[in-house]
Ligand binder design. Structure first.
Ligand code: NAP
Length: 256
């Protein structure tokens, strides 16, 4: 069975490992190309946009793709919308791994915002020491609030973008454990965190550490993400594919 996995998440790496170990599946993992060195992958990789819905339709046709798993990051909403549209056009089954958002727990001091621009406003006029953990793509928004000291953590250095003057870049790749996050908050004397509500365990350590210190988290809410069949995790994705495999076999003319 020929499968396209739309990746860029912990779940897509996990699913790729599972699929690589199962000879019944021929898999291509697709990444947006946002990370300069995504590391070795256990399945064939393609990188970069498809060229909108039409480009994705053409790719799926050309590769005679029989199923698509959307395991993109919770904030990669455009890719998910394109996957829904393209799979509908071609009648290719689509399933989407839906990582639950983090929920506010007792002791959390969260301020919910809808975008990086709103997060900038929410930081206020008084200078703060801010930890930014939202990647490099939207860092430019914080240039509008140069009064703060920023520690910005990301995988790759920011490109050619105007940054606030007092910003220290911290290059690091998750997962981040709670003790290390606590040490970072203390060492840098952070008093507010800006985070996307990514969900999952790999980036949750800072949320726990913030709760323990009574620190405010400005939490950027998720965009609406169009979906196919909802799946909770890579194990469920394997089961969904397995069911599809059996249906394909029973539909084939020779029944094999
Ligand atoms: P997006 O807004 O959903 O996608 C923008 C375009 O990038 C898509 O239309 C598509 O281009 C291409 N694209 C995205 N994911 C792709 C994939 N897996 N394979 C091939 N092409 C892909 O997503 P984004 O711009 O990457 O990110 C949006 C937000 O999610 C950002 O805030 C980012 O920090 C966060 N995020 C993304 C990733 C990721 O791996 N993408 C990982 C972590 C966080 P075409 O229309 O040309 O096909």
């Amino acid at each position: 069975m020929r499968i396209l996995v739309l990746g860029g998440s912990t779940e897509s790496s996990d699913l790729s490992r599972r699929l690589a170990a199962d000879g019944r599946f021929e898999v291509v993992l697709s990444l947006a190309g946002r990370t300069r060195n995504p590391g070795a992958q256990p399945v064939p990789l393609r990188s970069g946009g498809f060229g909108g819905v039409d480009g994705l339709v053409a790719w799926l046709r050309e590769h005679r793709t029989e199923a698509v798993i959307d395991a993109t990051h919770p904030f990669a909403a455009r890719m998910s919308a394109h996957a829904v549209a393209a799979c509908r056009q071609l009648d290719v089954p689509l399933a989407s791994i839906d990582r639950p958002a983090w929920l506010r727990q007792p002791g959390d001091d969260w301020l919910g915002v809808a975008s990086a621009a709103e997060a900038v406003t929410a930081l206020g006029a008084v200078p703060r020491r801010v930890l930014l953990t939202m990647g490099r793509l939207e860092l430019g928004a914080f240039a509008a609030a140069p009064q703060h000291h920023y520690v910005a953590r990301m995988i790759d250095a920011p490109g050619d973008v105007a940054l606030p003057p007092d910003l220290r870049v911290l290059l690091a790749r998750g997962p981040f454990d709670e003790a290390a996050e606590a040490a970072l908050l203390d060492d840098e004397k952070i008093d507010v965190i800006v985070s996307k509500n990514s969900g999952g365990g790999a980036a949750y350590g800072k949320i726990v550490a913030a709760r323990q210190r009574g620190l405010r988290v400005i939490m950027i809410a998720r965009p609406h993400k169009p979906r196919g069949t909802l799946l909770a995790n890579p194990v469920d994705a394997m089961a969904w594919l397995e069911r599809g495999l059996h249906q394909n076999v029973s539909r084939s003319p020779r029944g094999v």
